[in-house]
Each structure stands twice: as structure tokens, then as C-alpha cells.
Design a binder for this molecule. Structure first.
Ligand code: GLC
Length: 427
């Protein structure tokens, strides 16, 4: 008995000590995303190790951006040396910058001769904090409309609808016919669960009606007639027209939407560009049957996509900073960015890849998206944006579930968001 306990105690210390020693010479890289994305990162990491002899350990994160952020915040708040390097949602780069969790990259960039002009101007808009460069863009996202071109054609439509009014008519008509063959067929899938993706979707509906998040001199405006109308429309998609499924506000995030559309269960889908490559994969039911278009808009508004995307940065607490920078440089290199575009359908953060002949030939839809990307609407680039977003997530979702009317939901959201700003400004 005594002997057994002793062995247990010794092995406990051995394991704990190994844990304290960290990852030694290796670089740890935290990244999440759809399963095919993680698989691809694994390949890339192996290639990097072959080229440089530097080992990289992948810390797998979930797909949901809020969960990815929380995972990183726990390590960074505790000043842990791992992960050394990670991807950050454009929505939280400002928070990480202001928290001083990121290693400034300027000196490394100079030393390694990296040319910042190769990247989109987003570098200057998002990746700087107090004039120091804290991150670089890996890929840029914007919300787009995926549609079944085969079904539109079959039902007599030559183009996807441009206004939300025409969109509802078209979805209702096709859904009704398709239900005869597929009882669970829906007109439109989008992200309505309570998380960051919901705010991105709401912003698109609201801004396509001339609304959005209005921030001026420390005052926030959310309860605007244009925003109320857009939120009412989102509610109607689920409960009145019933062209979006009832689990839209409980379950629908990017992957739920993507998988259901890919199974052939819907006519329209709102998603990010990553879904394109997956829809075209060998085992996809919708392969060759899909096309993309800008999102529809309200009659008096114009199409708006939320600007998304992911940026790479190095932890200030990393104990392997120069190796981590070598990895960062590899990720934003022309060759890797081209691979990410070709294999994952991502829109590179580097401008020069868009002129690549092979990329242009194999991804003709990138050219179609150019104006969508150029006009994409950023979320407020504020250190406390994620707190405002949490307020919005809660109230928009409450309106979608019917717990609150759109007007009450937005007026409460406005009040609480104003308190977030006050609290932050008092600090
Ligand atoms: C995508 C976007 C990101 C956004 C997230 C919401 O990952 O790139 O910016 O916040 O979706 O779910």
C-alpha cells in the first residue's frame, strides 16, 4: 500500500514537473476552425519543421471565436509562456493590444526584411497599437450569399434576388415546392445562435437598411428605427415566413449552417468564404451546384458584408519569440498564403497573391468578391468591443426567440452598451 502511494506521488511530481518545463524548444501555436482547416495547419506545420528544424506544437482550439478568445485570455492573463503564437479574430486584436499581451513586431520585421506594403491596408487600421505593429493579417473575411444555382434556374430565376423582399418571395416559392421531395428543406440558413457570429449577421441586416452601430464621442446608438426594422425582419425569417429553421437562434453557427447547406437542405446560405472550398469538395452534395453573390439589402439600402478575418500575433510572455516570429513569417509568406487560398478558399491578407495566375484561374470567385471585400463594414475597433458584443449577442438573441420585442431588446442593449463604455472610460 505504502509502496503504491509512493509510486503514485513520484509519478505525480514527474508529470507536474514535465508540465512546468513547458514545451522546451518547440513553438506552440494555438489555432481553431473547421476540421479541414486544422488538418491543413498540421500539414503546414510539418512543412515548416522540415524547412527550419523548428518543432511546432498545435494547440487545437474550437471553431467558435468567443471560445477561442476565452481560451487565449486565460493563458495570457496568467502570463503563461504557451501558446507562443496564435491567430486572433479581427474583432479582438484591439483588446489584446490594449491589454499589452502582444509582442511588438517592428524590430523583427526590420531584421527579416518583411515588406508591409505587400499587405492590405487593414494592417494600418487594425494591427497597430500605440504605433507599434502587433499582428499581421492571415486572411480577410466578409459575409457572402451562397445559393443553389441549379434550383434558381429550375424555378425560373436567372439571377439571385437583390432585395430582401424579392429574396423572401423567391425562398418561399422554392421552399414550398422542394418540401414535397425534402420535408426539411429551408429557404435560408444563417448564424443566429448567441455568439459573435450573430452580431456579424445582425450588422449586415441592419446596415443594409442604413442602420448599424452608431458610435460618436463616447455615445452609442442602437435603438434606431432602421435597426428595429432589420431585427424584426430577422425574427420574421424564422417565425413569420418560416424560411429559416426554428433552431436558427439556438444552434446555428458557421459549421451548423455550412453542413446543412452542403447536405442539400437549403436554397440560400449566409456564410464566410471558407465554406466555398468545402462545398466544392468531392463528398459534397452541392458540388458544382453553388454560386455566390453579395448579400441582399432592404429596398432603400445597399448590400453590406461584415468585415471579418484572422490575424497572427506573438505572446508577450512567449519564451521562444524569435522562433515564433520565424513561424509567423512562414504563415504570412507568399507561398503559404497562396496555399491557404487554394486549399481552404481563404482570402489572403497579402495583396500580391490576388495577382497570381494560378490563384486567379482556380478561384475565379475571388475576383467576384473583390468589391464585397473592399466595402466590407468593420465592427468597432475598440479594446472593449467584445463586451459590447456580448450585450448585443444577448439582446438580439432574446428578440429572435421572441422573449423581447426588437424595440425593447435594442433599447436595453443600448443602455447596457453605454454602461460598458462608461465603465471603460472611467478606468
Ligand atoms: C469568422 C470571421 C470573424 C468573426 C466570426 C464570427 O471567423 O472571420 O471575424 O468574428 O466568423 O463567428
Amino acid at each position: 500500500m505504502y509502496r503504491e502511494s509512493l509510486i503514485l506521488i513520484i509519478s505525480f511530481f514527474a508529470v507536474s514537473f514535465a508540465g512546468c518545463r513547458g514545451t522546451g524548444d518547440a513553438v506552440t501555436f494555438a489555432v481553431g476552425g473547421a476540421p479541414n482547416e486544422i488538418e491543413f495547419w498540421e500539414k503546414l506545420v510539418n512543412e515548416f519543421t522540415r524547412q527550419t528544424g523548428i518543432k511546432v506544437i498545435i494547440l487545437r482550439q474550437p471553431t467558435d471565436t468567443d471560445q477561442r478568445r476565452q481560451g487565449l485570455v486565460i493563458s495570457l492573463k496568467a502570463g503563461k509562456s504557451d501558446p507562443d503564437v496564435f491567430l486572433m479574430d479581427v474583432a479582438w486584436v484591439a483588446q489584446f493590444g490594449a491589454s499589452e499581451w502582444l509582442e511588438p513586431l517592428d524590430d523583427y520585421i526590420k531584421k527579416e526584411n518583411l515588406n508591409l506594403d505587400d499587405f492590405f491596408n487593414i494592417v494600418n487600421l487594425v494591427d497597430r497599437y500605440k504605433d507599434r505593429l502587433i499582428a499581421l493579417p492571415v486572411y480577410i473575411d466578409a459575409g457572402i450569399l451562397y445559393y443553389r444555382k441549379d434550383l434558381l434556374k429550375k424555378y425560373g430565376y436567372s439571377e439571385p434576388p437583390e432585395t430582401w423582399g424579392e429574396f423572401v418571395d423567391c425562398a418561399l416559392k422554392i421552399q414550398k415546392s422542394m418540401r414535397k421531395i425534402k420535408p426539411n428543406f429551408y429557404g435560408f440558413l444563417w448564424q443566429g445562435a448567441q455568439y459573435e457570429g450573430l452580431v456579424c449577421n445582425w450588422l449586415e441586416f441592419a446596415a443594409s437598411n442604413g442602420g448599424g452601430i452608431i458610435l460618436k464621442e463616447g455615445k452609442i446608438k442602437l435603438n434606431l428605427p432602421s435597426n428595429v426594422k432589420a431585427l424584426q425582419f430577422m425574427f420574421d425569417l424564422i417565425h413569420t415566413y418560416k424560411i429559416s429553421p426554428p433552431n436558427t437562434f439556438t444552434e446555428m453557427k458557421e459549421e451548423e449552417v455550412r453542413i446543412s447547406f452542403q447536405r442539400g437542405d437549403a436554397l440560400f446560405e449566409r456564410n464566410w468564404p471558407y465554406a466555398w472550398a468545402l462545398h466544392q469538395s468531392e463528398d459534397s452534395y452541392v458540388k458544382g451546384k453553388v454560386d455566390i453573390a453579395p448579400l441582399p439589402h432592404f429596398a432603400s439600402g445597399k448590400s453590406v458584408s461584415t468585415l471579418g478575418g484572422w490575424h497572427i500575433g506573438i505572446s508577450k510572455y512567449s519564451d521562444a519569440k524569435s522562433k515564433a516570429f520565424k513561424f509567423l513569417k512562414f504563415v504570412v509568406s507568399y507561398t503559404t498564403q497562396k496555399k491557404l487560398a487554394l486549399k481552404l478558399g481563404w482570402n489572403p491578407g497579402r495583396k500580391d497573391v490576388y495577382n497570381d495566375q494560378e490563384v486567379l484561374e482556380r478561384l475565379p470567385h475571388l475576383a467576384k468578391l473583390k468589391s464585397v471585400f473592399e466595402n466590407a463594414l468593420p465592427r468597432p475597433n475598440l479594446p472593449y468591443y467584445t463586451q459590447i458584443s456580448q450585450v448585443l449577442q444577448h439582446y438580439i438573441n432574446a428578440a429572435l426567440s421572441g422573449k423581447l420585442t426588437p424595440e425593447v431588446a435594442l433599447s436595453r442593449a443600448e443602455k447596457e452598451a453605454q454602461n460598458v463604455i462608461k465603465r471603460y472610460e472611467r478606468k
